[in-house]
Design a protein. Sequence first.
Length: 268
Amino acid sequence: MNMSVIKRLAIAALTFGLCGSRAALAQEPDPHAVRPERPTVATHAGTVSPGWVEIEYGVEWDRYDDDSRGAVVPIVAKVGLTRRTQLNVIQSPMRPPGGGSMHASDLTIGVKWRIADDAPVLGRFAIFPSVKFPTGSAVLGSGTGTTDTGLLVISSHDLGPVAMDLNAGYTRRSGNGLTAPRNATVWTASFGGAAAGAVGWVAELYGYPRTSGPAGQDNIVAFLVGPTFSVRPWLALDGGVIVPLAGPQPNAVYFGGVWNIGRAWTSD
């Protein structure tokens, strides 16, 4: 399977970070205010309020070195379970490079647990364990054909008017390593802040270290940057570009948004 597809699946499984002031969103008392985790690879340590539902959606268009093109449509449903835990359900239909149509991807389910809000060194700290199921197609290039377990650690900080999110993750896959590496890691450093009025900005450096085995790939490092837009307290939009710095990372443009639908049940 094309390793760039595996990278996209990993991005979806790790969810996406957003906004021009994520720290403010994470501490915002209004449960109907969005807490975006896109468009960056990183996520923040905040969680959706108990009983509330938030949807993240977007589209990314990729162009590879051989001029082939692909696309991915990340969709994440986030549900606040308790004051410190959030359920994430992730499905990212994709069109592999050279493919003619969109196909369903592997399904990822995980729970973010916000352990601390002001820990020494770690700041707002959370962990995100997840499981990915082989619901996509390895033949069509929309899945790895493996069941994956992953763990992401998340550290969020306020640097004056700038929010910083640092992530590090590890994935262990089933299978024999022919279609996807048995072990994979990711690191991210994401920053965001206000620009003017409802407009903000986000920038991130992220990487996927080299993997081994029959399906191994070179080290990937990329830079993402773009504006964010607060349309309403419960709706935010984003757009931008991804630029490869090292390894088989395609050039990409993206657009998406986050919508806090409302409360599904009362948590009292």
